[in-house]
Design a protein around this ligand. Structure first.
Ligand SMILES: C[S@@+](CC[C@H](N)C(=O)[O-])C[C@H]1O[C@@H](n2cnc3c(N)ncnc32)[C@H](O)[C@@H]1O
Length: 205
C-alpha cells in the first residue's frame, strides 16, 4: 500500500492536535508515507508494520510484538485495524500509548455499504467491478465491521471524537469526488463508510 490515499488530511489533523516534537507511532505504517509526512510537520514519528518498507524510522514487525520502543504521545492507525486481532492489537495500542496520550484511528465499516452506495459507485467506478451489495459482502466479509473495531477500542480507550468520513472516493483514488461524498453523507443520502476516531486511554478506577 503506497501513497497518501488513506491518510490525506488526517496528517494535518494529527499534527494540529499535538505539540511540536511529540513522539508518534504509526501502527500499520505500510511504506511509511505518513511517518515521513508527520516528520515534515514537526513530529518525532516512527512506524511499525510486519510489511514495512526498509526505512530508518520503520520497525518491521507486528505492533503486538513491538518491544523496547517506550511509550508515545500519540498512536495512529490508518486502515490497519479491520483485519487485526482486535484484543491483542488494542492491548498493544494501550501499552504503547502514554496514559494521557491520544489515539487517532481512520478505518471503515464495510457493513454500512448499501444500495445507495452501490449506485454511487456504479456511477463513478470506471473499472468493471462487482459493486453490488452481495458482491461487496462477499469481498469484505472476512474483515471486522466498524462496530467490532469501535467496541474493541471502547474496552481500553475513552472515545473523545468520532467523525463520519468518506471512504468510497478514496477507494477509487478519486479525491476529486470526496467533497461530494462527504456532502451526501451529511445529507444522509449516502452511508458513511469511513470514520475518524480520537480516543484517550480509559481511566482505571
Ligand atoms: C490497508 S494497509 C494501510 C497502510 C497504511 N496505513 C496506509 O495508510 O496506506 C494495512 C497495513 O496494516 C498492516 N498490518 C497488518 N497487521 C498488522 C499488525 N499486527 N501490526 C502492524 N501492522 C499491521 C499491513 O501489513 C498493512 O501494511
Amino acid at each position: 500500500m503506497t501513497g497518501s490515499r488513506w491518510w490525506k488530511d488526517f496528517d494535518a489533523g494529527v499534527a494540529a492536535a499535538l505539540p511540536p516534537g511529540s513522539r508518534v507511532l504509526d501502527v500499520g505504517c505500510g511504506d511509511g508515507g505518513l511517518v515521513d509526512r508527520l516528520g515534515e510537520l514537526g513530529l518525532d514519528a516512527l512506524g511499525v508494520d510486519p510489511a514495512a518498507s526498509a526505512h530508518a524510522r520503520l520497525i518491521r514487525e507486528p505492533a503486538e510484538h513491538a518491544r523496547g520502543l517506550g511509550t508515545f504521545d500519540a498512536v495512529t492507525a490508518v486502515m490497519a485495524l479491520h483485519h487485526a486481532g482486535l484484543d491483542a492489537m488494542t492491548s498493544a495500542l494501550a501499552r504503547l500509548l502514554r496514559p494521557d496520550g491520544r489515539l487517532f484511528v481512520y478505518d471503515f465499516d464495510w457493513v454500512a455499504y448499501d444500495d445507495r452506495a452501490a449506485a454511487w459507485l456504479a456511477r463513478h467506478d470506471s473499472f468493471d467491478a462487482d459493486n453490488s451489495v452481495a458482491g461487496w459482502r462477499r469481498e469484505h466479509g472476512g474483515l471486522h465491521p466498524g462496530a467490532a473495531i469501535q467496541g474493541a477500542l471502547a474496552a481500553r480507550f475513552e472515545p473523545l471524537l468520532k467523525v463520519r468520513r468518506p471512504y468510497l472516493a478514496r477507494m477509487l483514488a478519486r479525491h476529486d469526488l470526496e467533497a461530494q461524498e462527504q456532502a451526501l453523507i451529511d445529507m444522509q443520502v449516502l452511508p458513511a463508510l469511513g470514520f475518524w476516531m480520537i480516543a484517550g486511554r480509559a481511566r482505571v478506577t
